[in-house]
Design a protein around this ligand. Structure first.
Ligand code: SAH
Length: 265
């Protein structure tokens, strides 16, 4: 049965960020068993370790309560700004940053990235590095032409965004429009580093089911080019394991690096 679109108001009202982390990012979680998480972590590691993408400010769009996307990037930027539409997500993220007891345990994820970097034992230092680099948590709405309204920030050197636009948008047109909106936050010549899932129509958080637009690789690539980027890398990993199909029906994970053109056609 077709699922009704769930938009920002559903996220604000019904999205339980802790339940989302528990069902997706624990060792049995759908994004872990399906191969998404390790694929993102490895790609983020190689992308930032190459040294080409670095700078002053990085903005993450639709952070949820996740920190995995910061683990490699935090070594290459002075400041990371996290953002989301949902206040509860930002509160849950803030709790982790402030080391409030009982928040989600990311340590196995952090250790995995430290191992990629050559020293698994440095994971507590890495967590501290994330805590000092993520300096601001901002409300954001990708459906607005300035997603950080009422703030106007200087354009960032890099944008991250994982699993957000495909959840926030109702159809391909609104996806393209949201992509243009977030691109306004990025300097010409800056990089968009993004990832998500292909072929997914839904995912469960507690008893609530959230909709996704079903992304395909070709559409994604053309949407990114139409938004004024040159795609530098687009990698796809077919879903590794189907056991958590009742949680989400994604078919593959994608990781994409694109550079915003300096002269937009
Ligand atoms: N990036 C995180 C969270 C992905 S879940 C991760 O990879 O785990 C999708 C996120 O998009 C949710 O946190 C949700 O609150 C956010 N979101 C939904 N609609 C949005 C909108 N219009 N603007 C900004 N964020 C939105």
């Amino acid at each position: 049965m077709a699922l009704d679109f769930t938009g920002k108001e559903d996220y604000q009202k019904d999205f339980d960020p802790r339940a989302h982390l528990d069902i997706q990012y624990t060792p049995e979680g759908a994004l872990v068993t399906g191969g998404y998480l390790s694929f993102m972590l490895k790609n983020l590691f190689t992308t930032f370790a190459s040294g080409a993408i670095r700078g002053d400010t990085l903005i993450d769009i639709g952070s949820g309560a996740s920190i995995y996307q910061f683990l490699s990037a935090c070594e290459f930027f002075r400041e990371i700004i996290a953002s989301d539409y949902s206040d509860r997500c930002l509160q849950e993220l803030e709790k982790w940053l402030k080391k409030v007891r009982g928040t989600f345990d990311w340590s196995s994820t952090v250790k995995f990235v430290c191992e990629l970097e050559g020293d698994r034992e440095k994971w507590t230092e890495k967590e501290e590095r994330v805590r000092t680099t993520v300096t601001r948590l901002l409300k954001c709405d990708v459906t607005k032409s300035n997603p950080l309204e009422p703030l106007t920030l200087p354009q960032a050197d890099c944008l991250l965004s994982f699993l957000c636009l495909q959840s926030a948008c109702m159809d391909p047109e609104s996806f393209c429009s949201a992509l243009r909106n977030i691109t306004s936050l990025l300097k010409p010549g800056g990089y968009l580093v993004t990832g998500g899932v292909l072929g997914a129509s839904r995912y469960k958080v507690g008893q609530k089911v959230f909709s996704n637009i079903v992304l395909e690789k070709d559409f994604l690539e053309s949407a990114i080019c139409d938004a004024g980027y040159v795609v530098e890398r687009l990698d796809v990993l077919p879903r590794v394991d189907m056991t958590a199909l009742h949680v989400t029906d994604f078919k593959a994970s994608f990781f994409l690096v694109a550079r915003k053109q300096t002269v937009v056609k």
